[in-house]
Design a binder for this molecule. Sequence first.
Ligand SMILES: *[C@@H]1O[C@H](CO)[C@@H](O)[C@H](O)[C@H]1NC(C)=O
Ligand SMILES: *[C@@H]1O[C@H](CO)[C@@H](O)[C@H](O)[C@H]1NC(C)=O
Length: 466
Amino acid sequence: MGFRTFTMWENFFGIIFLQFVGHPSGQTLFRVVIKSLSPKELVRIHVPKPLDRNDGTFLMRYRMYETVSKGLKIEVLYGDEHVAQSPYILKGPVYHEYCECPEEDPQAWQKTLSCPDKEPQIEKDFASFPSINLQQMLIEVPKRFGDERGAIVHYTILNNHIYRRSLGKYTDFKMFSDEILLSLTRKVLLPDLEFYVNLGDWPLEHRKVNETPGPLPIISWCGSLDSQDVILPTYDITHSTLEALRGVTNDLLSIQGNTGPSWINKTEKAFFRGRDSREERLQLVQLSKENPQLLDAGITGYFFFQEKEKELGKAKLIGFFDFFKYKYQVNVDGTVAAYRYPYLMLGDSLVLKQDSPYYEHFYMALKPWKHYIPIKRNLSDLLEKVKWAKENDEEAEKIAKEGQLTARDLLQPHRLYCYYYRVLQKYAERQLSKPEIRDGMELVPQPDDSASLCQCHRKRPLRQEL
Ligand SMILES: *[C@@H]1O[C@H](CO)[C@@H](O)[C@H](O)[C@H]1NC(C)=O
Ligand SMILES: *[C@@H]1O[C@H](CO)[C@@H](O)[C@H](O)[C@H]1NC(C)=O
């Protein structure tokens, strides 16, 4: 009993992917020890238990609380024996999350991250905006979108410092945009730019490209077929990724180690639990009552359709990991795109996705019948599709697997950083005038505690002309 081969095939942002070939899954008898390469450097490194993805691969996370200058030594041990090429050396300096040490050469930074050459969604979003007129935005955005009930935040990034002001009252979610922008500026030198982030649910810009005046490049978390907003990964995906890197448990990485029983042991029903944020969700529950052998759907909280609670009943809350006891997962929109979709795709169940005008940054890469099963907006073919899946088990499993693998790839932490950087870069290239710090903007500071202490070996940004 042992490993035939073992590979550590990636190491980014405190995550190591381990693969064992010819070793039964479910037996995490190996240990991973991570320490500083230099015995003189005492650093705290938190290493939670590996996440078993049940397919011979494991996800290991580690969180460094300090920076190591020489490097990290990663030992993979089976009993007391080193496995394969262990110990692995990660040459330093290796910076911890809060170390403010931006790489000055964005090209080099993107290369280290293996950022993809193309992000089709970004290409598409910017096709509507060959140039960006900041002066026009300065006049129009507050008038069109900056009312009291607005959720717009105006950002300027200058010399890798972040400034912002809020337009409107509902801008608490700026904690999420602040968080990722600060994290980015600690890692890479951002271009100077000035932009508006929409923190609300709905995309905003409904002007068409050929209209005069034309559309404005508002940055939003969710896109739709009838709007021109430039999208970023949702606050949910963004926060989840940042949390995952802090070693929290209900995030995009943890899901991967908690996908329930293996395919043959999953209950052969479609499953849904969620709030009543869209009428089709109620229809889903009705369908479930009439077809309990195919579908188990329930509403866990009423807000929009309170009068329906009596008729449809309220389902008990169930932990997200338990969703994966079921073979098929129904994804129905909430107010906009259902932000659970990435989590469902990362599980090993088959996702039945409601047709929708809304999308997130990674949807474009996922294809119907290859990565998920499409269902009509009005759910009229849902039962038929569940029946199809039951009768074509092998194919259903294949689509589930293909979807999972693709989602794992798309939703890796480094891809999120690549995506953000690329959007900001494309935007900056198109600006017709220089970004400025506007009246009422304040500096968004880096966290100011001992956690951020570090020795940055990279050159500091020297451009201080302002
Ligand atoms: C399915 O469940 C049974 C009973 O718990 C278990 O013995 C079996 O190993 C499981 N099969 C797989 C492939 O996990
Ligand atoms: C559901 O939508 C389809 C179009 O996608 C339409 O042909 C069909 O009549 C609708 N069914 C119901 C019950 O409304």
